[in-house]
Design a protein around this ligand. Sequence first.
Ligand SMILES: [Fe+2]
Length: 279
Amino acid sequence: MPPKPVLIAQISDLHIKPPGSLAYGRVDTAAALERCVAALNEFLPRPDFVVISGDLADTPTVEEYEYLKLLLAPLQLPFAGIPGNHDSREMMRAAFPLFPYASASGPLDQRVEIGGLDLVLLDSSVHGKPHGELEASSLQWLDATLASAPQRPALLFLHHPPFVTGIWHMDRQNLLNAAELADVVKRHPRVQRIATGHVHRATLTMFSGVAATICPAPNHAVDLDLAKLREPSFRVEPPAFHLHAWFPGEGFGHLVTHQVPIGNFDGPYPFFGADGKLL
Ligand SMILES: [Fe+2]
């Protein structure tokens, strides 16, 4: 039997509104989060940690964070989160005072040690703006944090993708100073994944020599419009989360990212009968 991998679940872009309100007049983001929390609780083997990669609230308001806490209360797994462009640093810090913030004020950067793995959570939010930018203090903290344990594999999480997706209205609000992040990442081979959100759909590319992902959302998806055919739009597509599975081994071990759909699906059914023959 192979050893159990370290499992890091990533959920993103929860967009919680006040109770009874729908996002964009259509999407029940609270019900979507309830289904997501149920899926996380049911998943076996149990994930070791959950990272929420931004846009926890929608407006944001204190009431939304209170409702979010209520919706997250049934979650049976430890978690931390970073702000997205729909969040407020101050409101988030007040709502979740126990997250392991690296500093007492400013960006909500965090480092979480899970088994042999470091999770490095970066705050790319810019007050009142949809785009992302890492502050100089965050970049310095990232560089120092990565330098402090060069042998441990690290997963980087931030809300804004540091790359273009081809979706025009999202690409103008991605991480503005991506080149500065690339410079830091280049210096630290222990970075094994750059995991982001913001676009509400699963995406994979390379960034500064590292596989970089966007996590799908539990609610709505940004319309995959690669030729500016429509005004900015969303679709209600199958909801999902990401599961980063790290297998210890030579060097930095092996990290694989799975997409886990949220919902009730037929199965699982066995491939083989009691006689060992294919059914
Ligand atoms: Fe966002």
